[in-house]
Design a protein around this ligand. Sequence first.
Ligand code: NAP
Length: 309
Amino acid sequence: MKLALVGIGKIAVDQHIPAIAASEEWMLGATVSRHGSVEGIDSYTDFDQLLAERSDIRVISLCLPPVPRFDYAKKALEAGCHVMLEKPPGATLAECHALAKLAEDNRLSLYATWHSREADKVAVAKAWLTDKALKSLKVTWKEDVRRWHPNQDWIWEPGGMGVFDPGINALSIVTEILPVDIHLREATLQVPQNRQTPIAADLAFYHPSGAQVSAVFDWRQEGEQTWTIEAETEQGTLTLLDGGARILIDGVEDALVSDNPLSGEYPRLYAKMAALIARGGIDMDLRPMVHVSDALALGRRVAVDPFYD
Ligand code: NAP
């Protein structure tokens, strides 16, 4: 299947383009970007022009930041294309619901991707937790914003989500591996005085069994980076490390082995998109975004030091 990639920036270059190039199912037919392009591939700066001229392309993958994404997704769906959305699927929940309705009405596929769910050990963590009695779950997601988001102003603007941009990856894993739904109880958001979005957040969740579920996100961590989820159960402790790439059960590594033949988060996302189109339908799990929206609605804001790149 031929697709067009829209928004040739960091994640398109780092992950989407190599994953498409390595795939037997996908072919990059064109790109749309005001500044970026891919050597040897037709490039457009105007999305309307692509939609008007390229009836051979029926799939659009959007790698833009969340705020501009809705307008592109809407146009693509109205033009009869299937759409794949980078995470988070939009800037607001209402616009995500609107896209899902549009896709449904037009019998098109729409995929809200969560790349962290495709990390190697997430599926085995989910299987292990299915029959365990959870006592507590703690997320620690601490990274250096200057290292991972150099010169990206949109993350600090309304809709950019701040530290929830990586934090939503952790929440996408948590909502995938827990067998029951949780919801936010309280949050504290640390917002730099000169910015619109948080640089750090503490979250506490309600879990139906009374288990303690919490998360700490911080964008000010220099040196070693931490992307860990620790779940303590009556039957032992599961630790996901490195964003889901490694798993420990009671401190022992590799007790659980992934049986997914594809390796890499983005190759798995593109394989899932191909399967979704083949069977028809929508894959739009908005639970990670619900938690972020709730944190932004309910969170107590604390002003902290200004942030400069
Ligand atoms: P980025 O490099 O800052 O932006 C991607 C591209 O989007 C830009 O190169 C720009 O291309 C286009 N763009 C930016 N603002 C736009 C606007 N207002 N209107 C139209 N086009 C615009 O961002 P990114 O890091 O790739 O992130 C994009 C999405 O991927 C985000 O939702 C992010 O959460 C997700 N993601 C990022 C990473 C990562 O490591 N960075 C990892 C996983 C997921 P042109 O200027 O050429 O049009």
